[in-house]
Design a protein around this ligand. Structure first.
Ligand SMILES: [Zn+2]
Length: 231
C-alpha cells in the first residue's frame, strides 16, 4: 500500500467515494506496484470494512499532504455510477459504525468540523453523492447507543494479486515484488483465497517484471503466503 510513517496527531476524517462500482478495482489502485500513488485507510462496502493502510501511517487520499498527515481517509464503494454516485444504505451503516469507532478512539466529536468531504479540502467531485450530514447523524446514533450493533469487523487487505498477459504466463505481485508462477497449481491456490487476478498488456507485465525483484516462488514461499491469507 502507498503510505509513509510521517504521521501527525489525527484530528480529521475525510470521506471519499470510489467513483466506481468495483470494490476490487478500487482497492487495487492503492497497491504500490500500480504506480498510481494514492491510498486510503479504509474501504467501506455494503458487506465489508476493509482496513487498507494502517491508521499509524499516512495514506495519500486528500490531495494535500498536511491534511493526509493528520487525517483518516475512508473510501466508499458506489452503488450507482455517474453522475449520481450514490452509496448503498448498508454502506452508510458500515461507515457510521467505523466513524463512531474512530471518533471514540481518537476522542473526536462526531460533527461536521471533524468529518469532512474530500471536496472541502481540494477542488474535486469526490465524495460524489454521499450525504455527509446523514453519515454523521448515523454515526451519532451508533455512538449514543440508538443503534445497538456497534461491533466493527475489519478485514485486512493483503497487497497481493496475480497478473497474466498474452505470451507471458502468470506472475504474483506482492509488496511490489514480482514472482514468476511456474507451477500450474499455484495461481489457483491464491485465487481460492480471494487474491484478485488482473489481465494486463504484455508491456505492463514486462514493466512489473523489470522494476521489481525478479524471483521465483518455491513451495515453502507459496505455503507461507497462503497461510498469511488465511488469517
Ligand atoms: Zn476523494
Amino acid at each position: 500500500m502507498n503510505a509513509d510513517s510521517n504521521r501527525a496527531t489525527v484530528n480529521l476524517i475525510v470521506i471519499h467515494h470510489n467513483a466506481g462500482t468495483s470494490d476490487e478495482n478500487a482497492r487495487r489502485t492503492w497497491y504500490k506496484s500500480t504506480g498510481i500513488g494514492t491510498s486510503a485507510h479504509y474501504q467501506v462496502t455494503p458487506t465489508d470494512i476493509w482496513g487498507c493502510v494502517g491508521e499509524n501511517y499516512v495514506a495519500y487520499h486528500a490531495g494535500d499532504y498536511g491534511v493526509n498527515q493528520r487525517s483518516i481517509g475512508i473510501e466508499h464503494l458506489n452503488s450507482t455510477g455517474a453522475r449520481s454516485w450514490q452509496i448503498a444504505e448498508e454502506t452508510y451503516k458500515n461507515s457510521a459504525k467505523l466513524i463512531a469507532d474512530l471518533c471514540r478512539r481518537y476522542k473526536l466529536p462526531i460533527d461536521r468540523k471533524h468529518i469532512v468531504g474530500h471536496r472541502e479540502i481540494v477542488a474535486t467531485a469526490c465524495p460524489g453523492g454521499i450525504d455527509i450530514d446523514k453519515l454523521i447523524r448515523m454515526a451519532q446514533e451508533v455512538a449514543n447507543g440508538a443503534v445497538k450493533e456497534t461491533k466493527v469487523e475489519k478485514k485486512e487487505v493483503v497487497d497481493m494479486f496475480t497478473i497474466s498477459a498474452k505470451d507471458r504466463g502468470i506472475a504474483l505481485m506482492t509488496g511490489g515484488v514480482f514472482y514468476s508462477l511456474l507451477d500450474a497449481k499455484d495461481p489457483e491456490n491464491f485465487w481460492n483465497q480471494g487474491v484478485p487476478h488482473i489481465q494486463v498488456s504484455p508491456k505492463t507485465f514486462d514493466n512489473f517484471q523489470t522494476k521489481s525483484n525478479v524471483d521465483k516462488l518455491d513451495d515453502e514461499t507459496v505455503n507461507k503466503l497462503i497461510a498469511g491469507l488465511k488469517k
